[in-house]
Write a protein that binds this ligand. Structure first.
Ligand code: TRP
Length: 374
């Protein structure tokens, strides 16, 4: 029997996630054909993460599109918790966000939660500051629109964020947080306040413009609980509830349980890994859906559904649906071996990282331009 025991909070993802159950538990809506068609109508195409169900759920996206069709443009908001190096699991949401920015030609507000990571991780303030800068390089390297993309760093933009956060915090009780996140009396008091900081950027543009502007938040579904709590608060302060679009987790190297995380060194491919490191990591650690022997594999075939190398192609690195299908078919039938599949994945990741690393170096000069100057 398939175990139904799993856990999803903003700070912990454990076990094999049942996304259907999450949709019910979190009270989000499935991204169905109808809404995908509406997105396609405006974007003229569907991003691979939409075509393949990697972004799979939403809150109030119909409303956001209604407003868009009336000429009321939205802005995008997403973020990064700077506690360590950026890995491939982070990139999915951000590349999708870039696609949305390009297709809908909208502003993006990008939050770096240095406060969060200091409060929740056993790391020094200085170390978190170092990661904040390092992570900004990765985000800047993705090519978001200059002049339409604004980075907020929680401790640096406190003058803008804090007045909003306190208004939100006043309307959330500790017992709500206990129920939503499993916080306890032993948690430090900064953690309890933090949700209001993550909630704040969703109204920053409205505050600045002194009029309500719709907001769309792309995120991996573990981040949803912050907004589930905060969405009840925004209207009480006179703002729209932000819309949200949710993705599943990119699998960890060790297989379909949990999510890719940079706290497990071997489970993540980092954006700063060399070609050799990527090759070694995939060869040695990428969970394989292949059989124990070549003979068996040829006879019985492999399982791409749990094969991490295949999943990386599906999530990010093989845009062509036909090619992906071919690989899937050949792997399932046993025609393609794990070593051959891994070779393709290694090549794809390295081609991407080669470009990314160049842009990441150039970004040293650009980070400053992305930082919000209010
Ligand atoms: N808390 C997120 C993390 O740990 C970072 C974040 C801040 C975020 N604001 C966000 C993620 C909005 C998604 C949407 O990674």
């Amino acid at each position: 029997m398939k175990s139904s025991r799993f856990k999803v909070t903003p700070w912990e993802v454990e076990g094999e996630v049942d996304y259907g159950k999450l949709i019910r538990d979190f009270g989000v809506s499935k991204l169905d054909e109808k809404i995908l068609k509406r997105i396609e109508k405006h974007a003229k195409e569907l991003h691979l993460m939409l075509r393949r169900g990697i972004f799979f759920a939403h809150r109030d996206l119909d409303w956001l599109l209604d407003e868009y069709e009336k000429g009321n443009k939205f802005f995008l908001y997403t973020g990064c918790g700077p506690s360590g190096p950026i890995h491939l699991g982070h990139l999915g949401t951000w590349l999708f966000t870039k696609w949305l920015q390009d297709k809908f030609d909208v502003e993006l507000w990008f939050q770096f939660t240095d406060d969060e990571k200091f409060l929740f991780k056993d790391k020094s303030y200085e170390e978190i500051q170092k990661w904040t800068y390092e992570n900004m390089l990765d985000v800047a390297a993705l090519g978001f629109k200059k002049g339409k993309t604004h980075f907020l760093v929680d401790t640096k933009h406190a003058n803008l964020l804090y007045p909003i956060a306190v208004r939100i915090a006043k309307k959330i009780t500790f017992s709500t947080l206990k129920a939503s996140f499993g916080m306890t009396n032993e948690d430090n008091i900064g953690k309890i306040f933090y949700t209001s900081m993550q909630a704040a950027p969703a109204v920053v543009p409205s505050v600045l413009a002194k009029r309500n502007i719709p907001c769309l938040i792309p995120l991996a579904i573990d981040q949803d609980p912050h907004f589930r709590v905060a969405r009840d608060v925004y209207p009480k302060l006179g703002y729209y509830k932000p819309s949200v679009i949710h993705s599943v987790f990119m699998p960890a190297m060790s297989g379909p349980k949990g999510k890719m995380s940079s706290s497990e060194v071997n489970s993540a491919i980092l954006t700063t890994d060399s070609a050799k490191e990527v090759e070694n990591k995939i060869k040695k650690y990428a969970f394989s859906g292949g059989r124990d022997t070549i003979e068996e594999h040829r006879k019985l075939g492999g399982n791409p559904d749990v094969d991490v190398s295949f999943q990386y192609l599906r999530f990010l690195f093989e845009e062509d649906d036909k090619k992906l299908e071919r690989i899937e078919k050949d792997y399932r039938s046993g025609k393609m071996l794990t070593s051959e599949l891994k070779k393709i994945t290694i090549e794809r990741i390295n081609a991407f990282l080669k470009e990314h690393q160049k842009k990441r170096e150039k970004a040293r000069k650009e980070v400053e331009k992305f930082l919000w100057k209010g």
